[in-house]
Ligand binder design. Structure first.
Ligand SMILES: [Zn+2]
Length: 306
């Protein structure tokens, strides 16, 4: 099965606390490494967990609160000093480009590699990356400043040809694309050979959704319905619901409710407030509304399987 996994580099909100780093994670899809958010210290975490500077070619920034991007200029600088030549694609709010440009300008740095910048918006979801295997779409979140999540979706592969059948029915290579699309085969005498005799279905596409930071909202539920793995922020516990609402964050109980509504197969909770040393209460509270949940923890990798 094609590798599809998520490694947590940072699980803390606002400030580092109790060995927890600000938000960042790596999605590895078939040895392509996508970074989501890049809080301060992310480059240390990249090295610590064996990713190096140059594996990552795409970085997605959810929003411009410091705990989600203040590691970015440091990382870009280290990529530059380590001789990176290949393009870096940066996806994030429009002002992010200005922030990077001004820092490079005042340090009189001309990067050795090009940055391709793709601005996000919060009017409606849009596809910000696509290759033949996977596409990444924004998720519109509700935070104090414009914020998007990111939805990684495998693209459904064509059906697989059963080779022995090609000989049995004398099927020529130019017929194969239609069979892969699911069409039946018609023999010269008019007999129809159903497609399922000639092909097998490809695996069900897998998906991963990253939702941080946000008020508890349901507007993206339909978009991510049936998601295999959902990362949802749980900055607070339910006894701080008022504070969660005021700061546009979510409680552990609410994150479980979202996962239930979205029919997620598994939930990871993260973005923990620095006020909490122990996170067991988050886990227990979340389990009252969604059972299959785990805590995000630095260095842990979650594999997404069918
Ligand atoms: Zn924030």
């Amino acid at each position: 099965m094609t590798k599809f996994e998520v490694t947590i580099l940072g699980s803390s909100s606002a400030t580092p606390a109790y060995h927890r780093f600000p938000s960042s994670q790596i999605v590895n899809y078939n040895q392509k490494y996508f970074m989501i958010d890049c809080g301060e210290g992310t480059q240390f975490q990249l090295l610590k967990y064996g990713f190096g500077y140059n594996k990552v070619d795409h970085i997605f920034i959810s929003h411009l609160h410091g705990d989600h991007y203040l590691g970015l200029v440091g990382l870009i600088s280290s990529m530059h000093l380590n001789g990176r030549g290949k393009e870096l694609v940066l996806v994030g709010p429009p002002a992010l480009k200005e922030i990077i440009d001004i820092q490079l300008f005042h340090s009189q740095t001309t990067l050795r590699f090009p940055i391709k910048f793709i601005p996000t918006q919060t009017d409606q979801p849009e596809i910000v990356y696509r290759n033949t295997e996977i596409e990444i779409e924004t998720i519109i979140l509700d935070h104090r400043i414009p914020c998007t999540g990111f939805f990684f979706k495998e693209i459904k592969r064509p059906r697989k040809i059963v080779k022995e059948m090609l000989e049995i029915y004398n099927i020529t290579p130019d017929e194969i694309p239609a069979l892969k699309e699911g069409h039946d085969y018609v023999i010269e005498d008019g007999t129809v050979v159903p497609n399922y005799v000639l092909t097998t279905d490809s695996p069900v596409p897998r998906s991963y959704a990253y939702c941080s930071d946000t008020l508890m909202i349901t507007s993206f539920i339909e978009q991510i319905k049936g998601v295999d793995l959902l990362y949802h922020e749980t900055t607070f516990l339910e006894d701080m619901l008022e504070r969660a609402r005021d700061t546009h964050h979510t409680t552990a109980k609410q994150a479980g409710e979202i996962a239930t509504m979205a029919e997620a197969k598994k939930l990871i909770i993260g973005h923990f407030s620095a006020r909490y040393r122990d996170l067991l209460s988050h886990l227990e509270e979340c389990k009252t509304t969604f059972k299959n949940v785990e805590l995000a923890k630095e260095g842990i990798t979650f594999s997404i399987e069918n």
